[in-house]
Design a protein around this ligand. Structure first.
Ligand SMILES: C[S@@+](CC[C@H](N)C(=O)[O-])C[C@H]1O[C@@H](n2cnc3c(N)ncnc32)[C@H](O)[C@@H]1O
Length: 345
């Protein structure tokens, strides 16, 4: 399998990821506690826990007191315990019953404040909304193709004025086990090993903080993404104010590549598709963010002006409206320079 997850691959990869976490449950805390294969020496451990302290301080700024909290992918409860101490009630949703059993044990009497739900987060839909939604070390395990719908779902799970908090890892080799290799830029799969040597392939994405902020904003979540020196990336509302976003905030996103809708409309076997995609890459557009629209066999999509047509936020950079064209190849595709100008590169 390629190291980029497509929509077609995603279900299978995500199923394998659930199997991995179910099998890992009893050794999961070794990672957080820096034990065994996760021990990278005294200095690294000290840095890790200092930075955990910074994360805890950020969590304190969240308006958790008396709140109805939803924790997604709570695992063994490292963060559930902190949420429980202040929340009125926590709904904790995880696909691994093994993880949730350990979570219950960790909480002791506080487990009475928690409703545990065993479910796949890509299917689960709550019946109610929440004051605060929290997910720690989860966003990196979402394939890129599934992130936007996930964030939109999170926004819909919040009460008006609700808050979101998320936490994940930065691309730091000492964050993981000594026998794991982190994916490089543009890869999103990695092999994880258990203590007994079993291997699983899972999703691990390290998000650029600004891209993540923009994607959150586009989903309706006004989140500030910050990072500790080495290990952690946090998404939070910062000052604890409301994180649902007013539509006017979207205006500031114009000109940000991953917020733009860039579409390539093409017919099968068109030799120039790879040429225009190459031009877009030269303009620093991540090809995975480009919508590839196959034309033919159905109604001709609006804006199609021969194959390939590039539309940037619905506008053809060569100024053709696109009405009345056949399904055919065309030599009216944009030049690299026209795309550069249209994209403000
Ligand atoms: C990296 S752990 C994070 C646990 C915890 N939040 C923490 O910070 O320690 C990822 C968690 O996601 C859960 N998980 C994996 N795939 C899932 C899915 N599709 N739906 C729900 N939970 C899933 C795993 O069982 C595991 O508990």
């Amino acid at each position: 399998m390629d190291s980029v997850v497509t929509d077609a691959d995603a279900d299978e990869v995500l199923k394998g990821q659930i199997d991995y976490y179910r099998a890992r449950a009893t050794e999961y805390d070794d990672w957080f506690l820096r034990r065994g294969r996760y021990d990278h020496g005294e200095v690294a451990t000290r840095n890790w826990f200092e930075q955990v302290g910074e994360v805890r301080a950020a969590l304190e700024a969240l308006p958790l007191d008396g709140a109805e909290v939803l924790e997604l992918a709570p695992g063994t409860g490292i963060w559930t315990r902190e949420l429980c101490a202040r929340a009125k009630h926590v709904t904790a949703v995880d696909a691994s019953p093994e993880m949730m059993e350990l979570n219950r044990e960790r909480l002791g009497v506080d487990a009475a404040k928690v409703s545990f739900i065993e479910a796949d987060l890509f299917d689960w839909q709550p019946a109610e909304t929440f004051d605060v939604v929290v997910f720690c070390f989860w966003i990196s395990h979402i394939p890129r193709v599934r992130l936007d719908p996930f964030l939109a779902k999170v926004a819909a799970m919040l009460k008006p004025g609700g808050s979101v908090f998320f936490l994940d890892g930065r691309r730091e080799p000492t964050s993981t086990a000594t026998d794991h290799v982190l994916p490089v830029e543009r890869e999103e799969l990695m092999v994880r090993r258990l203590d007994d040597g079993r291997e699983y392939t899972i999703v691990k994405n390290f998000w650029n903080a600004r891209e993540l902020e923009a994607r959150c904003l586009r989903a309706g979540l006004d989140v500030t993404v910050s990072e500790t020196d080495d290990y952690f990336q946090l998404g939070s509302v910062g000052d604890g104010s409301a994180s649902r976003v007013a539509p006017s905030r979207f205006a500031g996103l114009e000109g940000t590549d991953f917020v733009r809708d860039i579409a390539v409309l093409y017919v099968e076997d068109c030799p120039n598709v790879s040429v225009v995609v190459g031009y877009l890459v030269d303009c620093d557009i991540d090809p995975r963010t480009v919508r590839m629209v196959l034309v033919g066999g159905g109604p001709i999509p609006s804006g199609f002006a021969g194959s390939p047509t590039v539309l940037i936020d619905g506008v053809n950079p060569i100024g053709i409206s696109g009405d009345g064209f056949d399904v055919s190849c065309s030599l009216r595709m944009p030049t690299a320079e026209q795309l550069r100008v249209a994209l403000g590169d």
